[in-house]
Design a protein around this ligand. Sequence first.
Ligand SMILES: NC(=O)c1ccc[n+]([C@@H]2O[C@H](COP(=O)([O-])OP(=O)(O)OC[C@H]3O[C@@H](n4cnc5c(N)ncnc54)[C@H](O)[C@@H]3O)[C@@H](O)[C@H]2O)c1
Length: 392
Amino acid sequence: MPTDESTHLVTLFPSLMPEANPKTVNVGIIGGGLMGREVASAFARWCALTDAPVTPQLTAVADLNPDTLKWFERIPSAKLLTADYKELLASSDVDVVYVAVPHNLHEQLYIDTLEAGKDLLAEKPFGLNLAAAEKIVASVDSTGQFCRCSSEFPFFPGAARAFQIAQDTSRFGRILEVRAGFLHSSDLDPDKAANWKRMSNTCGEIGVMGDLGMHVAHLPLRLGWTPSRVYAQLQKGYAERRGVACDTWDNATLQLWVEPSGSEPFRMQWEMKRLAPGETDTWFFEVLGTDGGVRYSTKEPKTLWTFRRDAAGQFWDRTDMGFQTPYPTITGGIFEPGFPDVIQQMWCAFLSEREGLASDKFTCVTPREALMSHRVFDAALRSQESHSAISI
Ligand SMILES: NC(=O)c1ccc[n+]([C@@H]2O[C@H](COP(=O)([O-])OP(=O)(O)OC[C@H]3O[C@@H](n4cnc5c(N)ncnc54)[C@H](O)[C@@H]3O)[C@@H](O)[C@H]2O)c1
């Protein structure tokens, strides 16, 4: 019978058991700005996950800005800090690459990453426009690399439960409408400086749809609710910020038709706004049917609403959610999840699926779902121009 000290420790702390020390995957980040740093911090507290099958290790970062690279000096495993992303792609110490750069660079950097034989977690959008998305998908297919696109909000426990509920459409009776959206107010202040997200040449002609749309489309597309037609209402923000011209669409409301085979067609609405008074970062998803419904919004991150109609009347039931994340953590079940938590959950889903270990859990946006979102946004541009509904 083993009696040494290490065995004793393992008995006391099962997380020290060898099977709890999962495979390590080396990750490189191209673009160490807002999101690059968020992802580095998610990796740095990976110990919060209790049975993640894979542990990411940040080994390399590429960014043009020396101050940004300097920030990564605090991560001991990040040995390669370079201004040249091709140096990162050439490194044998990188298996997976996360690319978080301005949208006009996505097509080139995603294809270069895939062709370098690296797997990719791509930021949204999947290229600047539909043509770029088609080329990226062709590269995923020809290289055979594992690739997914970023969308973390469905990993909130309330969103995950809403998705689970929506999978059984029989509980809704006849679906009447679906609403999904992502709203913030970052552009309300006219004195805020312009950045690349406010210009079509760097953010894309699809503007806010490229910026926020993948988050909105993820659950509906995963549920098979591919829209057949779109009527778009697009609005621009301030034409100038501190003397710099801004020309992107800031607000987009898409009225969509869904025509599922074997059931009644229903209306779907996708809202994406950077000029939404009173909203800081509100992602929501709602399904309403004749007999039932479900509603979740990050505005009230703990609250899940479910609707039911029966002989006794119509009821909205409120469930207080805790920390029941798809991938379990050490965090107490009654505590509140937030943005950094769902970024970490999304990464755990990505790395688990990459190993073939996601089993029946919710997974990240696939290249084909990302491509479909682009088909909708492209049709939305044509709808806005022609003031008519466009088939997708
Ligand atoms: N998933 C989310 O919730 C979420 C949130 C915000 C942004 N994003 C997405 O993340 C991506 C980046 O956005 P951000 O807000 O982090 O932008 P950012 O401007 O903060 O960071 C972009 C970084 O890319 C670097 N960069 C530019 N060109 C480069 C090149 N050729 N090689 C290496 N580095 C280069 C810049 O120096 C900068 O540090 C975008 O696709 C954006 O839509 C996602």
